[in-house]
Design a protein around this ligand. Structure first.
Ligand SMILES: Cc1ncc(COP(=O)(O)O)c(C=O)c1O
Length: 331
């Protein structure tokens, strides 16, 4: 798939590294674990949304937008990075935040909320969990338009076919790195929320001729719903790019056993995974996404689903600034 046909901004110089986690692999026992450092992507604090925003903001600018409008949970990495992209491009940014836990938005909180204010968010609207976010975004856009702005709506998590192109690019990048280094991975593990990362990744890998299986660790939906979300996005993205999907339904693999009591709610295994990676490799995970995905990887390694001698690539999608909103979990 040729991505040159799409408007794109660049927020990261070059490919993110693939690193072998020797200490961590020994501590887990079993497979050789590698990490793709998308936590080192550009914009404030890095993470997977930076790749999606290259294409989303490229599209927004091509359409003459001057105000980005998006939504997310209270401690949203996607909102932080959309705002960071707006700052870099000289655009304004307005956020709609939804409270998974009622009353959890506090303007004086740390983590991403602190960064929204430091980066100069123009307006924050808070809506209850379960509110219709499409309507809330449309209302925020109508309000901006009434003020003479040219708003551009970015959906939850940046997961539409335009945003997913960012992970098509990542899939192609991983395929090229695997070919260059001769590393043949047996599985790639990634956190799954709004599905653009897993969907785009699969499409990018397959379009580059790389057949490695991908395991999505859902942090939001039950397995069947999440697999459907990923598959639908793969289909729509392939359609948008004018290519054959080349990803069969059976290739969409999601596990939901590490989600715990719900989205953004902590689990013991997440806390243990965050602590172990920090203590063995000095790499930070986050409580809502990568910590739970890594807890899944550790469990599958210890159960032999990822056997000794296999090579597993963890796609680190970022999110560490939200650690600072919940220090009590890790003390
Ligand atoms: C750190 C992190 N990892 C993973 C994800 C999930 O990515 P996606 O929404 O594309 O499934 C998110 C989404 O917000 C995230 O912030």
């Amino acid at each position: 798939m040729d991505l040159k046909q799409f408007p794109r901004r660049r927020y990261t110089a070059g490919a993110t590294p693939v690193e072998y986690l020797g200490n961590f692999s020994r501590a887990v026992g079993g497979p050789d674990i590698y990490v793709k450092r998308d936590d080192l992507l550009g914009l404030t604090g890095g993470g997977n949304k930076t790749r999606k925003l290259e294409f989303l903001v490229g599209d927004a600018l091509a359409r003459g937008a001057d105000t980005l409008i998006t939504c997310g949970a209270v401690q949203s990495n996607h909102c932080r990075l959309t705002l960071a992209a707006a700052v870099k491009e000289g655009l304004k940014c307005r956020l709609v935040l939804t409270e998974a836990v009622p009353g959890s938005y506090r303007p004086d909180a740390s983590g991403n909320v602190f960064l929204y204010h430091l980066l100069g968010v123009e307006r924050i609207t808070v809506v209850p969990w379960g509110a219709d976010l499409l309507t809330a975004l449309a209302e925020a856009a109508a309000e901006a338009a009434a003020e003479g702005r040219r708003p551009y709506i970015i959906p939850m998590g940046g997961s539409n076919p335009i945003g997913a192109l960012g992970y098509v690019a990542c899939g192609q990048e991983i395929a090229a790195q695997a070919a260059e280094t001769g590393l043949a991975f047996d599985n790639i593990v990634v956190a799954g929320g709004s599905a653009g990362t897993q969907g785009g990744l699969l499409l990018g890998l397959r379009s580059a001729g790389c057949a490695v299986p991908v395991t999505g660790m859902s942090v939001l939906n039950p397995r069947a719903a999440q697999e459907k979300l990923v598959f639908d996005l793969v289909t729509k993205t392939a359609d948008y790019a004018g290519v054959a999907p080349r990803v069969a339904r059976e290739e969409i693999v999601v596990r939901d056993g590490y989600l715990g009591p719900g989205y953004t709610l902590p689990t013991e295994a997440m806390v243990a995974a965050v602590k172990l990676l920090a203590a063995t490799e000095g790499i930070l995970l986050d409580p809502s996404y990568t910590g739970k995905a890594m807890a899944g990887l550790i469990d599958l390694a210890r159960k032999g689903v990822f056997p000794a001698g296999s090579k597993i690539l963890f796609l680190h999608t970022g999110g560490w600034p939200s650690l600072f909103a919940h220090p009590e979990l890790f003390r």
